[in-house]
Each structure stands twice: as structure tokens, then as C-alpha cells.
Ligand binder design. Structure first.
Ligand code: GLY
Ligand code: MN
Ligand code: MN
Length: 493
């Protein structure tokens, strides 16, 4: 459906070619092609649907705590955190909107064009205001004639409703440019989401100070609160059901392509969550050796492996990131099993190294050592010792990537945290990360026996650091080879 279905009057169409203009451009207070009688008619006859006594959203207390921590970090400064805008896909169609992580983290809201402003209330403390597009005005026609009119895009919350739900005073977003223009004193803005906010603040901000705000918000998410942990568990549980769906549909994928797997998982993501948290990697056969295989247009053949790396993003925007490597016919061949077991052992060693007080790098080192041991034992590295292989990093020809990363609202969460806080940091309870070792033998790798070529295996789980060790949030999916086979057999019955 398109906005051009609104009828035009014949005179205006012919005289000014108004039919070609976007309907949302008003002239002299009137929309083109609308008779005064119709405009008058559309003003009235609508019920009052205002909602009263709404309960705050489930994470309102948590978002208030997060805003308080942000306020304490930047006393006396105005902080501007935009949700972002729609992005054009083609002509008048847009990509699905996904609010910026920073905005959703601090507000629990996901409305396009929304902006959170923390205004300093003196030397310490801030007053939060959320700027949103209010309900459509019915008097001036925007309700049914404007591109963002509710008749076209659906009912929004009124500002009063948003205040009750979010626990943040709300104002009309159309006032924000003027409010920011008048603002005096230091300002910081999270860049990269809303060009109009950046334009309004050009003379008031610096790239360096804005980056400090972005870094703070990345590091603030390193330790998850109780709401976030529950969301990540929900994401992992839904993801496990998505993997089950895929196993049940493998015969259909064999009859079509990897696309059937992608579509099957996506259906689960949309039924139980907001979306997939990243492009699903549905890599059958030799495609498993391509780390970011998201074309997903290849054949699915019995006797080969399927590497499926996929995650459901919940409605509150927390994502799982899980990989299983499955024998498409339900049983690993002896060589597939040998390589799979090596990766499994490496993952076990990695998971065991995830605990409070451990260095973030420990689980990577533990996994890499196991993989290097296997590669040496298989004779792929000549006479070199495991220590020498690790020193020179030679195992990386086949291990390719780091063994894991932080997980949360972004699949690669906390990505702009400082090295000392993340990569060189120490694990503490509430940190959630992936442990995902892999071995990948490229189809054209002449340094390995021919039968290894085209085999790729990764096993990836989402691990929460707890007070006394860790908890595997994705343990509803089996990992050990014999358990994987039994699970597949049971699902296919
Ligand atoms: N799915 C992307 C990753 O595993 O990091
Ligand atoms: Mn990952
Ligand atoms: Mn992954």
C-alpha cells in the first residue's frame, strides 16, 4: 500500500501535477488535493482512545538505575542520546527500524526519531526528558495525510502514556531542535544515529567528547543486570527452539537450499522475538569454512556438515549467538567426528576458564591450546611443539578467529569499550560472553590431507559469569557429538 492512494482533485492534478508530490508536503496549511469539505469531515467523529493508569514497563526500574549511573559519570553536562531514524531501502520503502542500543538501554523505548536528553540540574544530577512524536493531530489533517500520520503507520502512545510506561517526562520531538539550539553549557551526543540532532549540535560538541560518552555506554553494558540476564536466557531458549525447527526441516532444505534453513530460523525469531540478532550463517558443506557465509544459497547435502550460527533477538533487543555444527544425515562420519570432538574439547577448556577473577583472554588461550595440540597431533604442523606453534600463532591458519566476545543487546556487545576494560579486563559476575572455538579447512588448502578439505566446525555457546563460575545460557542445545546425534534422531522421528 502506498500513500498515493489518497484521492486528488482533478483540477490540482492537472494544473500543478500535485499527484506526483509526496502527500506530506503541506502548502499554506492545506494538503494538496483535499477539498475543504473532506478536510472538515475528517476532523471529527473519532473516539477518545487515551489510555490511563498504565503500568511502567518491566525494565523501568533498571533503566532509571542506568540513567542514574550515566548522570553520575557526566555531572553538569547535557547528554543527548537518539534512537535513530528510518533508513530508506528503495524509493519510498524503508528498512525495518531498530532503535539504537544506547537509547533502548537507557529508556526501554524503541520509537524511531525518539531522543533522550539528560539535562543537568546543577553541579550534580540530571533531569531526563524523552522527546517523541506525539499522537497525530486530527484538526490539521496530519492524522491521515502525513507520512507519519497514525492512519498510515498505526497508533502511537500519547506523551502522557509514554511517561507512564517509561517513567520519563515526555515532550514533542518537534521541539527538540529549538531546545538544543537554546542550550548553553557542555553537551555530549551519541553520534551515528540521527543526522538532524548532529546538525543541531554541530557548534556545541566535539568528536572526542562524544566518543567518551559512547565508550562509557559501551562499558556500562559489560556487566548485565537481572533484567538483561533474563532477556539473554529468553533469547537463548527461543534460539534453541529455532535450531530444533531447523533440524526438523532438514529434508526440505536438502530439497531446496540453505535458504530453507535461514527462513525456518527467521520464522522462529519473528514468532518469539523481534528479529534475528545478526544475519544467520547457514553454511552447508564447504561453506562452513567461510566465517561470514550469509548468502545462504548453497546446496544442503546428506553426508556433509551444516554449520548454523544464528540467534533470536528478543522484543527488548537482547540477542543470543549460538552455533551448532550438525551432520546433515544425522550421523558424523569418523573424520567429521574427529574434528568435531577436537573443537568440543577446545570449547570445554574455554568454558572452564570462564569464572570471576579470570582474565578475559584466558578462555581464548585455553581453547587455542587444545586446538594447537590437536593440529600438532594430526601432523599438520611438522615437528613443531605446541608451545612453538602457539608462540608463532601458526594454528590460526585453521582456527581463524578469536574464541569469543561480549554478548548483549549487540551480538558483538560493548564493542567500543576500552581495551583495559574489555580485552585486557577481568571477568566478574554478570558478564556474558560467547565461547566459540572452530576449525576450518578450506576446500583449496593444499597443506592438509584431501579428506579434511571443505570441513568447517564451530561450536558456540553463551556463557554468563556467576559468583562461583559460570552458567551456560544455551545449554538447552546438546554439544557432545553423541548427544547431538541422539537429539537429531529424536527430532526427526
Ligand atoms: N555470529 C557472529 C559471531 O559468532 O561472532
Ligand atoms: Mn559469536
Ligand atoms: Mn555466532
Amino acid at each position: 500500500m502506498s500513500e498515493e492512494l489518497i484521492p486528488e482533485t482533478p483540477e490540482q492534478e492537472t494544473e500543478e501535477n500535485e499527484a506526483a508530490e509526496p502527500i506530506k508536503q503541506r502548502k499554506n496549511g492545506l494538503y494538496p488535493g483535499v477539498s475543504e469539505e473532506l478536510a472538515e469531515n475528517m476532523k471529527s467523529g473519532w473516539a477518545d482512545t487515551e489510555l490511563h493508569g498504565l503500568e511502567p514497563i518491566a525494565q523501568a526500574e533498571h533503566t532509571a538505575t542506568r540513567r542514574a549511573a550515566l548522570s553520575a559519570r557526566f555531572p553538569g553536562e547535557r547528554l543527548v542520546i537518539p534512537a535513530g531514524n528510518l533508513k530508506t531501502r528503495s524509493n519510498d520503502t524503508e528498512y525495518a527500524f531498530r532503535a539504537s542500543t544506547e537509547y533502548a538501554y537507557l529508556t526501554g523505548d524503541q520509537t524511531q526519531d525518539g531522543v533522550l536528553v539528560l539535562e543537568p540540574t546543577g553541579d550534580s544530577g540530571h533531569q531526563a526528558t524523552i522527546y517523541l512524536l506525539p499522537r497525530s493531530n486530527r484538526e490539521n489533517g496530519e492524522f491521515w495525510l502525513d507520512g507519519q500520520g497514525e492512519l498510515w503507520v498505526g497508533r502511537r502512545h500519547s506523551l502522557a502514556e509514554a511517561e507512564q510506561l517509561l517513567g520519563i517526562p515526555a515532550k514533542d520531538v518537534r521541539e527538540i531542535a529549538a531546545a538544543l539550539a537554546e542550550a548553553t553549557g557542555p553537551v555530549r551526543n551519541v553520534r551515528g544515529h540521527d543526522a538532524s540532532i548532529e546538525a543541531a549540535l554541530t557548534d556545541k560538541v566535539t568528536a572526542e567528547r562524544d566518543e567518551e560518552l559512547r565508550v562509557y555506554l559501551s562499558e556500562a553494558r559489560l556487566v548485565k543486570d537481572a533484567f538483561e540476564i533474563a532477556e539473554l536466557q529468553k533469547a537463548c531458549d527461543a534460539t534453541a527452539r529455532g535450531f530444533e525447527d531447523v533440524v526438523r526441516s532438514l529434508d526440505k532444505a536438502e530439497a531446496t537450499s540453505e535458504r530453507f534453513i535461514e527462513g525456518t530460523f527467521f520464522l522462529r525469531a519473528r514468532i518469539e522475538g523481534n528479529d534475528i540478532g545478526y544475519g544467520s550463517i547457514c553454511a552447508a558443506g564447504p561453506h562452513a569454512t567461510t566465517l561470514h557465509w550469509v548468502r545462504n544459497d548453497g546446496a544442503v547435502r546428506a553426508g556433509e556438515l551444516l554449520l548454523l550460527d544464528a540467534g533470536v533477538e528478543t522484543n527488548e533487543l537482547y540477542t543470543a549467538d549460538v552455533t551448532r555444527t550438525l551432520p546433515i544425515n544425522g550421523t558424523f562420519s569418523p573424520l567429521q567426528r574427529k574434528i568435531y570432538d577436537a573443537v568440543y574439547e577446545a570449547q570445554e577448556a574455554g568454558i572452564a576458564a570462564v569464572k570471576p577473577g579470570a582474565a578475559f583472554r584466558d578462555f581464548h588461550d585455553a581453547s587455542q591450546r587444545v586446538l594447537a595440540e590437536k593440529l600438532v597431533a594430526w601432523g599438520l604442523l611438522g615437528d613443531l611443539s605446541v608451545d612453538k606453534v602457539l608462540e608463532l600463532g601458526l594454528q590460526r591458519r585453521w582456527t581463524l578467529h578469536g574464541t569469543g566476545h561480549m554478548l548483549g543487546m549487540d551480538v558483538h556487545d560493548c564493542a567500543v569499550a576500552r581495551t583495559e576494560a574489555y580485552v585486557n579486563g577481568i571477568l566478574e559476575p554478570g558478564v556474558c560472553l560467547t565461547v566459540e572455538p572452530g576449525l576450518y579447512f578450506q576446500a583449496d588448502d593444499l597443506t592438509v590431507p584431501e579428506e579434511y578439505r571443505g570441513i568447517g566446525v564451530r561450536i558456540e555457546d553463551d556463557i554468563l559469569v556467576t559468583e562461583d563460575g559460570n552458567r551456560n545460557l544455551s545449554d538447552k542445545l546438546p554439544r557432545r557429538a553423541d548427544e547431538v546425534e541422539a537429539w537429531m534422531a529424536q527430532l526427526k522421528d
